[in-house]
Design a protein around this ligand. Structure first.
Ligand code: G6P
Length: 587
């Protein structure tokens, strides 16, 4: 989703510096980009649709500039809608991440005052509001007053041709300031800052920062000065490339044995602490979106079966409407690869206000959720570059499973299950199952729909499998609980309809096989994933039986199927599926 990068300081090659910064934000997902640099008393702008690639920039020498990668919300993917946006005098340039909920009302007012708009974006109101403000007050006060008028969760950065300062403010969406000897950097995340400096200031909501010769932090709405808490981090950021793999997605699928094994070997203390928090809490709630949400759903089954503990689950965007039950005794466990998903961050902030304890499970050190939480577990999966989650999912499930076993005082068993699951994933990745999956993908590539069924924890597996197929192969897939089949969906089954059956060797086996028979009787083609072959399967993708951890190899098989389906369907870049973003910072 939108990425922000800016610089003010001594380096006078700011155009290239920002371009490199934007490249570090590419993984978030975007459809257009733009850079503005200050040139004397004017602003020079370059905006483009599509990927950054290797553009020839014609920027003059300058040491103040800002850049943006845009993921369209208001207005199509056009050069006009790309950021930065300018005011009428072309002296103010603004970047934005978020949604200005009252932009129509503000735009109407500005149009009545004679301002001219060139884009369809909500963002464009901001430079014009600042332009109005400058008629009566200075740059910083104009930005503050303009920003205070915005409704919604927003982060903005403003540049003024008549000033040597960059000003940023936020009520949502991450912004991190890098403080170095040569100047100040600003970015949507710390990844792009660490090559320049390890002194970071994480801007909190309702803060504004003025970066120029010095750094000044003020609180919003009123503008009292605050002392910045600049932290020196010693994080190691690995520079990742695709190595021998054609795509990050395939590389990350292949990294899963190490990721799961790492949790089995090194997470005893972390999961013990989380298990204690769950034990003490009066009501535990798992939250997540997309892939992370299915790990949460799987978690409810794991805690019930292994630890005999009722743990609630909600998708992040719905939790706002359920939080009335929260008390200071509740424990909220947000699960998020990026740690930035606004649909998780926002309800967590509200839960905190209610006094509930927060224990985050995230993959990104220093992310908003990481900083918001009282207790945190890092997934240790390493950077996940492909938009669709793979290794983060298996890591989330591994942490939840290990915690459930620990809560049941069977930690050694949980550890063993995870190690066996990691071993089986290695085999799946090495041996012929990969081949079978490719052949199967070729036979399925022209289908319009694929159904996936499962019961118990495999209901979560089914939903995650369908999400992988939808996101990666852009093919309609629907997952549902096997028992629901005859309550509606069976009407859609006809001759040749593919139906994937998630069949672990557990208490759901007989019933899910009966459901598979019902589909087969109506002409469906049955693809079984699990340890036990069965006559009903037309295709069979075998995994080991590793008790509750069987979900891990089963999901890996589904990930591979989605990847090869994407290739078979001619998807150009499975790492960046159309319309999706890795870090979803708007509601
Ligand atoms: C986006 C991605 C999904 C991801 C979801 C949650 O929608 O496209 O693949 O699962 O965000 O991301 P998170 O970083 O919170 O795990």
């Amino acid at each position: 989703m939108c990425g922000i990068f800016g610089y003010v300081g001594k380096d006078n090659n700011v155009g290239n510096l920002i371009l490199e910064g934007l490249k570090t934000l590419e993984y978030r997902g975007y459809d257009s980009w733009g850079i503005a640099v200050k040139n004397g008393k004017t602003i020079e702008i370059e905006k483009k649709v599509g990927k950054i690639g290797d553009p020839k920039l014609r920027f003059p020498k300058s040491s103040i500039g800002i850049g943006h990668t845009r993921w369209a919300t208001h207005g199509g993917v056009t050069v006009e809608n790309a950021h930065p946006h300018l005011d009428c005098s072309r002296k103010i340039a603004v970047l934005h991440n978020g949604i200005i909920e009252n932009f129509e009302e503000l735009k109407k007012e500005l149009l009545e005052q004679g301002h001219k708009f060139v884009s369809e974006t909500d963002t464009e109101v901001m430079p014009h509001l600042i332009e109005e403000g400058l008629k009566k007050e200075g740059f910083a006060s104009s930005v503050r007053d303009a920003f205070n008028r915005l409704k919604g969760l927003n982060a903005i950065v403003a540049l003024n041709a008549d000033s040597s300062e960059i000003i940023a403010a936020k009520t949502g969406s991450p912004l991190v300031i890098g403080v170095s000897d040569d100047g100040y950097y600003i970015s949507s995340d710390s990844l792009g800052l660490v090559p320049h400096t390890r002194n970071l200031l994480f801007l909190e909501d309702n803060e504004m920062v003025i970066l120029g010769k010095t750094l000044k932090l003020i609180s919003l709405p009123r503008g009292e000065e605050k002392t910045p808490d600049i932290q020196t981090v010693d994080w190691k950021f690995e520079k990742v490339d695709k190595g021998k793999y054609k795509h990050f997605l395939l590389k990350e699928i292949n990294e899963q044995p190490q990721v799961v094994e790492n949790i089995a070997l090194n997470y005893e203390t972390e999961v013990k602490n989380l298990a204690d928090l769950i034990d003490e809490a009066f009501g535990t709630f798992l939250l997540g979106c997309g892939t992370a949400s299915y790990s949460g759903l799987a978690g409810t089954y794991l805690f019930s079966k292994i630890a005999k503990k009722h743990v609630n689950f909600s998708i992040g965007s719905e939790f706002n409407y359920l939080e009335d039950y929260l008390t200071p005794k509740s424990l909220v466990i947000p699960i998020s690869q990026s740690g930035e998903t606004i649909d998780v961050v926002e309800p967590v902030a509200r839960a905190k206000q209610k006094g509930s304890r927060i224990a985050a499970i995230t993959n990104v050190l220093g992310s908003t959720l990481y900083r918001q939480s009282d207790f945190k577990i890092l997934l240790g999966a390493g950077p996940e570059k492909a938009v669709v989650g793979t290794k983060s999912f298996t890591a989330m499930v591994a942490v939840l499973l290990f915690t459930a076993y620990t809560l049941a005082k069977r930690q050694a068993e949980g550890k063993k299950m995870l190690s066996l699951a990691a071993e089986n994933v290695s085999e799946i990745l090495k041996n012929h199952v990969g081949e079978n999956i490719q052949k199967l993908a070729a036979t399925l590539k022209n289908r319009e729909h694929i159904y996936v069924i499962g019961r118990g924890i495999s209901y979560a597996t089914a939903l995650e499998a369908t999400l992988k197929i939808k996101e990666t192969a852009c093919l309609h897939a629907e997952g549902f609980a096997g028992g629901e089949l005859k309550h509606g969906v069976i009407a859609l089954i006809e001759k040749g309809t593919p139906c994937i059956v998630i069949a672990p060797n557990d208490e759901t086996y007989d019933d899910i096989i009966s459901n598979a028979q019902e589909v087969k009787a109506r002409g469906g083609i049955i693809i079984g994933i699990g340890p036990r072959p069965n006559k009903v399967f037309d295709h069979f993708l075998q995994t080991a039986d590793v008790a509750e951890a069987t979900i891990i190899p089963q999901v890996v098989v589904a990930q591979l199927l989605a990847y090869y389906l994407a290739l078979a369907r001619g998807i150009e870049d499975p790492d960046k599926p159309r319309n999706l973003a890795k870090s979803v910072t708007v509601k």
